[in-house]
Design a protein around this ligand. Sequence first.
Ligand code: GDP
Length: 310
Amino acid sequence: MFMGRVVALAGGVGAAKLLRGLVRVVSADDVVIVGNTGDDFEFHGLHVSPDLDIVMYTLAGVVDGVKGWGVAGDTFSCLGMLERLGFETWFKLGDSDLAVQMVRTDLLKSGVSLSEAVVELCRLLGVRARLVPMSDDSVRTVVLSGCVRLGFQEYFVKRGAKDEVTDVLFEGCDRAKPAPGIVEAINGAERVVVCPSNPVLSIEPILSIPGIRDALKNTGAYVVGVSPIVGGKAVKGPADRIMVSLGLEASAYGVAKFYEDFLDHLIIDGADADLRMRIEGLGVKVTVVDTMMKDIESSVCLAAKTMDAR
Ligand code: GDP
């Protein structure tokens, strides 16, 4: 059993940028990170967990800081050969990255659960925070664009997130259980941080696992979010467009509304200061700061605000 003072709900790059600051503001041993696995997929027989890996590589200090994903300085010989052999290579996994996927897949084949495999990978890479996949069961995010049905990576990477999203499904979520310890960690935490991740594609899959949303509603922990939408736009990626096409308001207010049932406090950017009153009208407290994480210092500063918010 693991307990941490702080539980963070995390997607990929936006989350990892906040988490690299969070583990400097509180002891990494006190942080439990619940990661999205809705975008996991199979690549040439390997189990790939893109969001978990972005967080793991960032906290291990090996992430490609320019892209925000993958391993710094990685080479792509394996993909080059796959291309020559006529296989699909649209998902860019470098050689070092592939080694991690091979170890994870071997661990899974040996009979351990995904959460146990992640513990082992984090140990091998020297990550002290406890990273937990949202579930050990298979849940797959599927994007509908009209009558076209797209697997998450097909939508996001292969087609460049260009399709209009008319619905999002989390296949398998109704039968899935939260990974062991998640509900207890939320119940016992002092604080829950909802990272600035895509609400629909990165955080909603976590919330779709039966038991997690209820734990967030019922916990005595103070639940603090950081808006990934700044000035009505996603800092990066399709979150704003998706919110609009699903009938949500693409703004910090729309983010507060999306998490209204369990959120105590939202940190919004100075560009959105005029939304404070509307958000407070939802019963959600507001802190207005600069939320752009340009470097490690700004990540530490924003993470400190998530701990100070009250
Ligand atoms: P992905 O799975 O790699 O796309 O990553 P996430 O879901 O974790 O994060 C994507 C979201 O992070 C996008 O909606 C961005 O707007 C948000 N984001 C990225 N960088 C920043 C930042 O510096 N500040 C804030 N407030 N949001 C950010």
